[in-house]
Write a protein that binds this ligand. Structure first.
Ligand SMILES: *Cc1c(COP(=O)(O)O)cnc(C)c1O
Length: 403
């Protein structure tokens, strides 16, 4: 299959052209949905010959994928400079854990960024531990402490940028370089920016993981994940996914491909609106902190400016000195923001979270924040009008302050 960025086109163009080769799409614009478990062979000789070649694009049996899924995988590979291939998984979490299982063995140690997505932490503390993989958390904002936390058995490093909920940006090129020097494989959860805003392999990571559920799907109607890598790790990922029996439905793959075509314009629009909303929140007396890589003040903002070519609509803010009941009055009063998990859809969402219990090694935010400032809300900004969203939030704050 065509790998990586070999067309010379800019990312915005690749979003439109990739994954649409005649092999997959025939003479129509979008690859058809191949609903299939069974591939029929002409004769016994062909059946046996096919079995020997475990290659992408070879329709062998439904679990190894079919043209709709390969079209999506190929499109994602074309968006990730340095990738030899992309493996699809039934959820973002399945991609994270599938990739970890593909690179780790019993006796290994995994270094895990302390601001990693909560279910990733849980997988390290649960499933991986039962398989004999130990883990250590590290503060991704402290490269020295990170370097010191390596030991002889450290096999892999799991990074995430920006950090879940608290949104810090770490120096991925520096952390990935250290991992390489120490002989460890670096994986990064790149769901926030996607390859469009942060080409992770180009910045030194070995495996780039994305929850397609978020920006790629973009319409809050599918679950899927992906991991892209250069030749060496791609082979491992693919074999690991095959052994775990991971496969995604062709219908969902077609939806993800449809979402991918408009992802660039959605991200641009959501980023611009999110920045306006973040600035509005920043100017309020009842907001203690706005946690957005795109806004000066959040740790790593300068690194974001250096390494990223884009952002998205996801960021958080911390309410100043109020209790949970006040926060609930704010969130419950919102009409345009749904209350719920996930993000990256066309509709805006709000999610309350408490900062304090979710970090074990990081001095930030603990060091810089008053104990009373722990009532946070994460916003996923969708495609609504900016002024309508700000007016909705103003109503929310009014409800909070009335109580
Ligand atoms: C949502 C999310 C995931 C997991 O994706 P699912 O498809 O929900 O399993 C992984 N990483 C980050 C940063 C996420 O926000």
């Amino acid at each position: 299959m065509a790998g990586g960025d070999d067309t010379g086109y800019q990312p915005a163009t690749r979003l439109v052209t990739s994954g649409r080769s005649g092999d997959f799409a025939g003479d129509v614009v979008n690859p058809p949905i191949w609903r299939a478990s069974t591939h029929l062979y002409d004769n016994c000789a062909e059946l046996r010959a096919r079995k020997l070649h475990n290659e992408d694009g070879q329709f062998f049996y439904g679990r190894r994928g079919a043209p709709t899924q390969w079209a999506l995988a190929e499109a994602l590979t074309a968006l990730e400079p340095g990738a030899a291939g992309t493996v699809l998984y039934p959820s973002g979490l399945a991609a994270l854990v599938g990739a970890l299982l593909a690179v780790l063995r019993s006796g290994d140690v995994l270094l895990l960024a302390d601001n990693a997505y909560d279910p990733t932490r849980n997988a390290a503390m649960g499933l991986l531990k039962t398989f004999g993989v130990a883990h250590r958390f590290f503060d991704p904002l402290d490269p020295n402490a990170y370097e010191e936390s390596f030991c002889e058995r450290t096999r892999a490093v799991m990074l995430e940028v920006p950090g879940s909920l608290t949104m810090e940006v770490c120096d991925i090129p520096a952390l990935a370089r250290i991992a390489r020097e120490k002989g460890a494989v670096s994986l990064v959860d790149n769901t926030w920016a996607t390859a469009l805003g942060f080409p992770a392999l180009k910045h030194g990571c070995d495996i780039a993981i994305t929850a397609l559920t978020k920006h790629v799907g973009g319409h809050s109607d599918l679950m899927m994940g992906a991991a892209s890598a250069g030749e060496r790790w791609y082979r491992r990922l693919r074999l690991g996914a095959q052994q775990l029996g991971h496969v995604v439905s062709p219908d969902d793959a077609a939806l993800a491909l449809r979402g991918l075509r408009t992802m660039g314009v959605r991200l641009e629009k959501e980023s611009a609106t999110a920045l306006a909303v973040a600035e509005w929140l920043h100017a309020r007396d009842d907001v203690a902190h706005v946690l957005s890589p795109m806004l000066p003040g959040t740790p790593g903002h300068e690194i974001w400016q250096r390494d990223f070519t884009g952002g998205c609509g996801l960021f958080s803010f911390v309410i100043k000195g109020r209790d949970d009941a006040a926060r609930c009055r704010l969130v419950d009063a919102l009409e345009l923001f749904g209350i719920g998990y996930s993000w990256g859809g066309f509709e805006s969402l709000a999610l309350p979270f408490d900062v304090e219990p979710i970090r074990s090694t990081m001095s930030w935010p603990k060091k810089d924040w008053g104990v009373e400032d722990r009532n946070a809300v994460r916003l996923s900004i969708g495609l609504e009008d900016k002024n309508d969203l700000i007016a909705d939030l103003a109503n929310g704050f009014a409800a909070m302050n009335e109580g």
